[in-house]
Design a protein around this ligand. Sequence first.
Ligand SMILES: C[S@@+](CC[C@H](N)C(=O)[O-])C[C@H]1O[C@@H](n2cnc3c(N)ncnc32)[C@H](O)[C@@H]1O
Length: 463
Amino acid sequence: MNQYDNASSSNISHSGTSTGQQSPRQVAVNVLTNILLQQGSLSTQLARHQLDVASEHTPMLKELCFGVCRQYPRLNSIALHLLAHPFEEKDTDLYAVLLLGLYQLTYMNTPDHAAVNETVEACRLLKKDWATKLMNAVLRRYQREADEIVEALEAQPSVEFNMPKWLVKRFNKHWPDHLEDIIDASNTHPPMCIRINESLVSRETYKEQLADLGIDSEDGEFSDSALYLRNAVRVAELPGFDDGFVSVQDEAAQLSAQILSPKDGEKVLDACAAPGGKTGHLLEKANLSGLSSMELTAVELEPWRMEKIESNLKRLGYSAQLICADASDLEAWWDGEHFDKILLDVPCTATGVIRRNPDIKINRKPADIDDLVFIQREILNKVWATLKSGGFMLYATCSLMPEENEQQVQHFLANQDDAKEVALNSLAPDEAAKWGIPVSHGRQLFPHINGHDGFYYCLLQKA
Ligand SMILES: C[S@@+](CC[C@H](N)C(=O)[O-])C[C@H]1O[C@@H](n2cnc3c(N)ncnc32)[C@H](O)[C@@H]1O
């Protein structure tokens, strides 16, 4: 399963309580069980289950779910060490309960006795009373022997680096000089970065508005519209959020619209568009220059993700031609009119954004890389035909895997006579790319350099 999972994963109702009435811990068990069963990503599961707790408990729900995912490689090794036999798949919910108990004991201020009692009680709520003794014994042993257990496991790469072993190996293979920095950055809490809609307000003015509300922020170094908040806030606290003055988007992602720099009268395609962060930014850029005639088409495979583009654009007050289709199936969506510019932000392993999507540590498997490389190749080869002669395509991923990035482009260029790589500032010459590092094709951005997410960009032009 890749990160763009199906939103309709199963909802395990443990207590029969109604919306908003369950404890954050109960809901965290549901969310984590579905993630462990590969039935959804953390973001879709949280979106789905968030209303099961009262709003004042949302931060605790997020802390539990993000925390367990972030610490999963360590917690998983500890749990497997403590259990004589792993739980059967039908008892994955109990495994989620155990991981939560270990997380509370190791990383939260919950008093030990409360963490143990809550874990045992969670077994009863699942109507699995048979597990209460086991859970009690396992956690009590961990309380007594935590230091020795962790020390004994520390030699395992998954425990030492708190990252799946296969990912440590891949990072080490591709980026040996960056290994520890990539892992440290991927294990931290990401900063909150926002994008100011400069067609409505300047970054300076918006920064002052934030300061008046006691929200400190700093300019992004590379994107003209990026502000990093010193402390994360709820979007409802951001002035003008509902009216499209601001969006939440990492600075690295904001570079897409800057690189493509849409011009008056152009026909632009955003080929893998949901949830529409970059679609909205392209439209903002167009509006900034008064480009009323820019025509934007956004194609997205998943209907439920298409809805996110719709609601994002509605909030921003923009419109685009939205098409729900497989971008590589041209017959299904393309009318034969060529595009001047294309953004191809393909589905990828998202290994540059593990800090924002820590469930990647649970869900992502080595075989996903080959599967995704194949999908990306299909989309890239087919969508190329929709680009007009002289037109530009920006190939982008939020991956750190060269197979999806420079090697993908290398393969494409070797097989596509009418394609050439051009400098990333070809369309906005006064904005030379200083971010990330140059690689054999394009530039690789890392999560440990300059504070933004890990990303990859390469600009291609058709002969
Ligand atoms: C990396 S995300 C795009 C993020 C988006 N550009 C943004 O900034 O908000 C990739 C998107 O491609 C979609 N996708 C995957 N395969 C696709 C295909 N064959 N055709 C069109 N969209 C596809 C996924 O559902 C996902 O929404």
